[in-house]
Write a protein that binds this ligand. Structure first.
Ligand code: DGJ
Length: 330
């Protein structure tokens, strides 16, 4: 039987598409539509960290599958440009892209952390933005709409994700970085904290409704899962591409207070989220299984990062647990 293969926690196991090519869809997500799972992410370059392998010269790519194990490459859905005048001039970054469907407008909406050419993280205009694109098909050519910053222009956009709630409202969750203010000083100064921002009805812009997740101070890589009245966010610390210990938070209402529930990783002796970083969570259709996606970033070759997908365990005390599995199937 086919299974998700992860190997030891220091191994980089390659996953291949149905053509035999390595799957290169970094820090993206899964959307179920038209009877299939669609896995998308940013296609990274096969260069080391110093040479900018974490940037893209292709864009966001998509794969599709009926069983979550056999993935057919469908192509680039949001392409970079070779026009120096374009906002999408490569190399650049569509970091942590996420897609949700808007029932009212019948459009698929993609948000990401946008970094302009040449794709270096920074604090200037165009280097720390939220970017949005739309398409009327899940696997089509997404049209780039542009960039903006939620809440106010002072807050740089770093890692982000999307969450669509049961009532159709949608939220942009991001690591907001304000340079002024007291903060940790590991890499940069300032106040960095996860925020939840409600999107407009068409999901194409931000509303003024938001919540600072005070407990998630100096955290990134948010992956959200909901079950039985609680929303849970799994996050990482901020150590660049180096892995670190996960911390999860929970709340009953997205715009209410959140509280830490600690590290959900069981027997993670190295305190490194099993040598991965959180990406996204989705539910397997027709089952009660929620899979949380993680990535083992391969800084020697970014085009060959490893994907680690683990089932989320929901505990009676309204906490969650994650257990490493070298391989598993459902
Ligand atoms: C960690 C973040 O989670 C990634 O999305 C990326 O921004 C790297 N840092 C860059 O160092």
């Amino acid at each position: 039987m086919k299974a998700f293969i992860h190997g030891e926690i220091n191994e980089y196991i390659q996953w291949h598409d149905t053509d035999g090519n390595i799957i290169n869809a970094s820090d993206g997500g899964i959307i179920y539509a038209d009877g299939k799972y669609h896995w998308y992410g940013q296609a990274l370059r096969p260069l080391s960290d110093k040479e900018g392998g974490q940037k893209t010269t292709r864009g966001v790519v998509m794969y599709e599958s009926e069983n979550l194990l056999d993935w057919k490459y469908e192509g680039v859905i949001l392409a970079t440009s070779d026009d120096p005048e374009s906002e999408l001039f490569a190399p650049m970054r569509f970091e942590r892209p996420k897609i949700i469907y808007n029932e009212k407008t019948k459009q698929y909406v993609l948000w990401c952390h946008y970094v302009k050419h040449p794709g270096n993280h920074g604090n200037r205009d165009g280097e720390a933005e939220a970017g949005v694109a739309v398409c009327d098909r899940v696997c089509g050519e997404y049209k780039w709409i542009g960039t903006s910053r939620p809440i106010d222009n002072k807050g740089f956009v770093r890692d982000s994700t999307l969450y669509k709630d049961a009532d159709g409202s949608a939220y942009f969750i991001y690591d907001r970085h304000v340079l002024e203010g007291e903060g940790k000083t590991q890499f940069t100064k300032g106040d960095r904290c996860l925020h939840v921002v409600k999107l407009s009805d068409d999901y194409l812009s931000f509303t003024d409704t938001y919540k600072r997740i005070d407990a998630a101070f100096w955290r990134e890589a948010p992956a959200i899962v909901y079950k039985d009245g609680y929303y849970y966010i799994v996050t990482s610390g901020l150590t660049g591409w180096q892995t670190n210990q996960a911390e999860a938070f929970r709340t009953k209402h997205l715009l209410d207070e959140w509280e830490s529930i600690g590290d959900p990783c069981i027997d993670d002796e190295t305190h490194t989220t099993f040598n991965t970083q959180s990406t996204f969570s989705f539910k397997v259709e027709g089952t009660d299984t929620h899979i949380m996606m993680f990535e083992r970033h391969n800084t020697n070759n970014f085009a060959e990062c490893s994907y680690i997908w683990l089932p989320v365990e929901f505990n009676e005390d309204n906490t969650i647990s994650l257990r490493y599995r070298k391989e598993w199937s459902f």
